[in-house]
Ligand binder design. Structure first.
Ligand code: TZP
Ligand code: MG
Length: 203
């Protein structure tokens, strides 16, 4: 599994409708994005699946699609992987659902959680929030670049940094040891241009 420098996240709450989600996904693809997470914290399972299926239809052939939180919906939508947090199914339970071949990622917020996630069959570990973020409700404490360095020292798995990462600070996050940066808000305004900027900065 190849992890790109930029891991784009589409949060349903940023868009008025499914059409807008798909338009943004296509724009990101034109900017070089090939790994996209679909996140929906407010919709019902049914709404989430319908939007995910549409996303799969409109962009699935072009990018890898990761479902946030829900292993069941990952399978139902025909996605390529699932990302679980500390309050979702455990990585091992999610693995049982999606099987050995789909991608599995897990969120961590401190060194203890990184150590735990390292023992599982996750393909990558996410760590954050690195910086203050307004894209997540009740975020865990900010870990800063020092938290990224600590996480790097605790695992040889691929490390994705998340939280408040922008084109202005992304380079420093990679230099602190992350393999990839996951971004919501700094991609929203001009998705294609932002993605191109990220890839240029993180080359
Ligand atoms: N988990 C930790 S921070 C965060 C998530 C989902 C939100 C990241 O969004 P942004 O806008 O890139 O700070
Ligand atoms: Mg979650």
């Amino acid at each position: 599994m190849e992890l790109p420098r930029l891991y784009a996240i589409l949060d349903a709450s940023s868009f008025p409708d499914t059409e807008a989600v798909c338009a943004c996904a296509k724009d990101l693809f034109l900017g070089g994005v090939n790994l996209l997470q679909y996140r929906n914290k407010s919709g019902s399972a049914r709404q989430m699946l319908e939007q995910a299926q549409e996303l799969k239809r409109c962009i699935g052939g072009c990018v890898k699609l990761i479902m946030n939180d829900r292993a069941d919906l990952c399978l139902a939508a025909g996605f390529d992987g699932v990302h679980v947090g500390q309050e979702d199914l455990s990585p091992e339970s999610a693995r049982k659902i999606v099987g050995p071949n789909l991608w599995l990622g897990a969120s961590t917020h401190n060194p203890e959680q990184v150590k735990e996630a390292d023992k599982t069959s996750t393909d990558y570990i996410a760590i954050g929030p690195v910086f203050p973020t307004s894209s997540k409700e009740k975020p865990d404490p900010v870990i800063d670049l020092e938290g990224v360095r600590k996480a790097r020292a605790l695992t040889r798995k691929r490390l994705v940094a998340i939280g408040g990462i922008t084109r202005a600070n992304a380079r420093s996050v990679i230099e602190a040891g992350a393999d990839s940066v996951a971004v919501i808000s700094d991609l929203l305004k001009e998705p294609r241009k932002s993605a191109e900027d990220f890839f240029r900065i993180l080359r």
